[in-house]
Design a protein around this ligand. Structure first.
Ligand SMILES: NC(=O)c1ccc[n+]([C@@H]2O[C@H](COP(=O)([O-])OP(=O)(O)OC[C@H]3O[C@@H](n4cnc5c(N)ncnc54)[C@H](OP(=O)(O)O)[C@@H]3O)[C@@H](O)[C@H]2O)c1
Length: 284
């Protein structure tokens, strides 16, 4: 990997054990990504309790948008709830996070919001994020989206004036041709510089799925690279789509060490072009 290819330790499925944070720092990983809703809504307080002495060494990104509901997570773009969650986040972490993202704002459309109501909700939610940033509750604000095409469609009908500093999208070999294209379109439509383009979930959260047994990855790497399929997939996730950082879940120090080794792997640009063309043809 070259400079700008940063590993972000993602805490979605993490046990929040101190050992993994110490390993990350030892390996030179200085980015953590969590959410208000992770670890049963206790990720922030748990981090503040488990690694109070180490937290200052990390660039912490987190997200708001999911709230405790009756039985399952409730998604909300209510600006008051979002602002209160931003305040609570800074309190629970005992510091403002470096980056606070609006978590999956496309949920509103999927849940059947009318177009007019969604347009207004999204714009108020974005105002709340920008206000949280101006109030010092976070260093900067961003957006994280799981369903790229839905969010792109929303932005096309609701252009936003205040632009996020970061957009985080799904990345890697599990992402469809249409979603890769939508991610590129989103980056362009939000005027995001290279460092504001982030990826997540390089194994789709299922590294043991049989899918990985059938992946033929050697043609996508420079000749003679000897790596595991997960190492190859992780390196390729920085190119699919092209992103600056990738948030990956890792509770095992050995896994994290394997991922760090991928920094030297070379991916020829023409191999990525060819892969995306073939993927488009297959999925058309
Ligand atoms: N909508 C959103 O905003 C959203 C949604 C999903 C994810 N995310 C972000 O993306 C992060 C990562 O997503 P994710 O955890 O869903 O999925 P993921 O990163 O695709 O997969 C995590 C899994 O990969 C395994 N793994 C890591 N390195 C490996 C290696 N070298 N070899 C084999 N297996 C390896 C980990 O196992 P071990 O734990 O055993 O090491 C873990 O079970 C999240 O923590 C979060 O920060 C955001």
């Amino acid at each position: 990997m070259t400079a700008g290819h940063r590993i972000v330790l993602g805490l979605h499925r993490s046990a929040h054990r101190r050992e993994i944070f110490e390993t990350a720092l030892r390996l030179g990983i200085r980015d953590l990504d969590t959410s208000y809703s992770y670890f049963d809504f206790a990720s922030h307080v748990t981090l503040a309790k488990t690694i109070p002495d180490l937290l200052g060494e990390f660039f912490i990104s987190t997200k708001i948008g999911y709230f405790p509901g009756s039985g399952e997570l409730e998604h909300s773009l209510d600006p008051k709830r979002l602002f209160r969650a931003a305040e609570r986040t800074a309190t629970d972490l005992a510091r403002p996070p470096a980056l606070l993202m609006l978590h999956n704002p496309e949920r509103g459309i999927i849940l059947g919001d009318s177009r007019e109501h969604y347009r207004e909700s999204l714009s108020l939610a974005i105002d709340a994020m920008a206000r949280a940033s101006r109030s010092g509750l976070c260093g900067a604000w961003g957006i994280s989206t799981w369903l790229h095409r839905s969010f792109l469609a929303a932005l096309e009908s609701t252009p936003i004036e205040q632009k996020p500093s970061v957009l985080m999208v799904r990345c890697g070999l599990k992402v469809s041709a249409a979603d890769l294209d939508a991610a590129d379109d989103l980056f362009a439509c939000l005027d995001l510089p290279p460092e504001g383009r982030w990826g997540m979930s390089p194994f789709g959260g299922a590294p043991r799925h049989t899918f990985w047994k059938s992946v033929i990855y050697k043609p996508l790497l420079a000749p003679d690279e000897e790596v595991t399929v997960h190492q190859a997939a992780f390196r390729l996730s920085f190119e699919l789509p092209r992103v600056d950082r990738v948030a990956v879940g890792c509770d095992s120090p050995e896994h994290l060490a394997e991922l760090i080794q991928t920094r030297t792997l070379t991916v020829p640009e023409e191999a990525i072009h060819a892969y995306r063309s073939v993927l488009r043809e297959l999925q058309n």
